[in-house]
Design a protein around this ligand. Sequence first.
Ligand code: MN
Ligand code: MN
Length: 305
Amino acid sequence: MAALVVGHKSPDTDSVISAIAVADLMSKRGIQAKPVTQGDVTPETAFVLDKFGLAKPEVATSVAGKQVILVDHSDLAQAPSDVKDSEIIAIVDHHKLGDVTTSSPLLMWVWPAGCTGTVIKAMYDFYGVEVSKNIAGGLLCAILSDTVIFKSPTTTDDDKKAVESLAKIAGIADYKGLGMDMFKVKSAVDGVPARDLVFRDYKDFDMSGKKIGIGQLEVIDLSMLDKVKAALAAEITKVKAEGRHSVFLLLTDIMKEGSEMLICSDDPSVVKKAFGVDGDKAVWLPKVMSRKKDVVPKFEAVFKA
Ligand code: MN
Ligand code: MN
C-alpha cells in the first residue's frame, strides 16, 4: 500500500507541489508513495500545475491505518484529523517543529528554509535522484510563492540557490517574471466568496490555550482588495464567532512590502502589544510580509505574557 504524502489544511502551492515531489522522489527510491491534498487547490496552484503539466493530487482527509509522509507542516492541527491512527514515516518541512509524535523512528528533513521545496531539492541531490523538468518548474514556483519572490524575510540563501538550479533544469530564463505571473493569478479575487478568500491561506493556532486564526491574502496591489474588504471584515467576524478568541486577516501588498491586518478579537489590545500600532478593526503594518516570521511569534509572545 502506497504511503500518502500530504501537506497542511487549506493547501497552498508549497503543500501541493511538495506532496507531488516527495511522492516522486520516494517512488524513484523504491518506496511506493502517492500525493494527496486536504482540500481543493487554489487558483495559484492550479496555474502552476497547468503550466508544468503536473496532475492535481486527489483529495484525502482520512489517513487512518495508512503510512503517511507529512510535508510543509508537523502540527496535529494542520494534519488530517485522524493522523494519530496512521503511521508517520517521514516529515519534510520548513516550519517550527509541531506536536506530532511517532512510535517508530522516522525520516526527518526539517530545515529553517523559506520553503519545503528548497528542502526537497536538497533531498533529490542527497539521494542522487534527478529532478524532472516539470517537477523542477513546480518546485521553483513553490519557492517563489512561499518566499514572495525572495521579498519575504523568511528567504534564505538556500532558497535562492535552489531556484537558480531548478530554473536551469526547468529551462526558465526569467523566473521573476514567472513569479509575477503567478502572483497576478493569486491576486484575482473577483467573484470569489469572502469565506473562500478568508480560508484560502488560513491557519488556526493554539496560543496559550486560545484558538487564534490567522489568514493571509497576498496581492500585487492592495487596492485590488478595496471592493471586498468590507465583506472580508464581516466574514472574519463570523469565523471568530465559531469558537475562536481572535481572527486576523493579513492583506499583504507584495510590491509595497507590508500588510494591512483586519482584526476581530475578544481583546484587540493584543495587536498594540504585538506591533505597537493602534487600531481595533484594521492596522497597516509596514514590512510585515510573513505570517510565520513577522506575525505568529509576536502574537505567541503576547499571549504567553
Ligand atoms: Mn504552506
Ligand atoms: Mn511552505
